[in-house]
Design a protein around this ligand. Structure first.
Ligand code: SF4
Length: 274
């Protein structure tokens, strides 16, 4: 199987961001240098937000990948940053990619909620909302600066009647499984309750990439299998992260913000999760 490749991209002001190419053909782009969301399981937000990336800097990530001889089949803005907090540039980028027939999906916490309706009107190829919890207290712990479970559900409920069935099926929820944190029956029960008003949503179960200095880790594979089965039995349209995203260097939460101009060559990573 082809490995993921991580690209370190130097910006004109000396900041660096990362893009990850998955062996599946998807290139994952960063939308900000740093991130203000401060999710405790994530390396990207540890030093806060430095600044938004421009539309040109989003294209720079794509061009860097192409210069390395890789032609992505699709893009996802799911790397460093909260794309909703940089909506003007992200919107220009998605529209321009649409004209090139290059599909773009993205991952967001939904913060700020005021941008969601506009985001959903863009010619995107999928919007994934990071939830990671079914209960308010767990959400508060994992997404301390997110919009909150109830406000996000309320916002989606308002958008829902204006979306076609096809548009609804392009939306999903990301749930990063964390052992002892959000994998308990009561949490999953509450998650099902949150999802029921939106039957077309796909729930994506993600697995935690180890981050140095972090105490979060994903449950064992048999426990993850059990959770997957349980959710399916409850009528949830649930999928597990594909094998590329389970590789060590892949996935939201592992991308780091750099600040030197030392290295603008693509870094090659061939480590696989044990
Ligand atoms: S998980 Fe995403 S939203 Fe949260 S701090 Fe990291 S980059 Fe930001």
């Amino acid at each position: 199987m082809e490995s993921n490749r991580k690209f370190l991209i130097s910006l004109q002001d000396g900041l660096q961001v990362e893009a990850v190419w998955y062996g599946s053909g998807t290139l994952c782009l960063s939308s900000q240098a740093g991130c203000a969301m401060a999710c405790p399981f994530c390396a990207s937000g540890r030093h806060g937000l430095r600044r938004n990336l421009t539309c040109e800097e989003l294209f720079l990530q794509l061009d860097t990948c192409r210069r390395a001889g890789i032609e992505p089949q699709r893009l996802t803005i799911s790397g460093i940053g909260e794309p909703l907090q940089n909506l003007a540039n992200v919107s220009r980028f998605i529209t321009a990619c649409g004209q090139q027939r290059l599909p773009v999906s993205l991952t967001t916490t939904g913060m700020p909620l005021t941008g969601i309706a506009e985001l959903l009107r863009l010619p995107h190829n999928g919007v994934m909302f990071s939830l990671h919890a079914g209960r308010a207290a767990t959400y508060q712990r994992l997404l301390p600066k997110g919009p909150g479970l109830a406000p996000l559900r309320e916002c989606l409920a308002q958008c829902w009647p204006h979306l076609s069935g096809r548009q609804r099926r392009r939306l999903g929820v990301n749930y990063l499984l964390l052992a002892g944190v959000n994998d308990q029956p009561a949490e999953l029960e509450a998650l099902c309750g949150w999802l029921y008003p939106f039957p077309e949503l796909t729930l994506h179960l993600l697995f935690c990439n180890p981050v140095p200095g972090s105490s979060f880790y994903s449950p064992a594979p048999d426990q993850a299998d059990h959770i997957h089965t349980l959710l399916r039995q409850r009528g949830i349209h649930v999928r597990r992260a594909n094998r590329w995203r389970q590789q060590l260097e892949g996935g939201c939460g592992t991308l780091l913000l750099g600040s030197s101009l030392e290295n603008d060559k693509p870094a090659h990573h061939h480590q696989h999760q044990a």
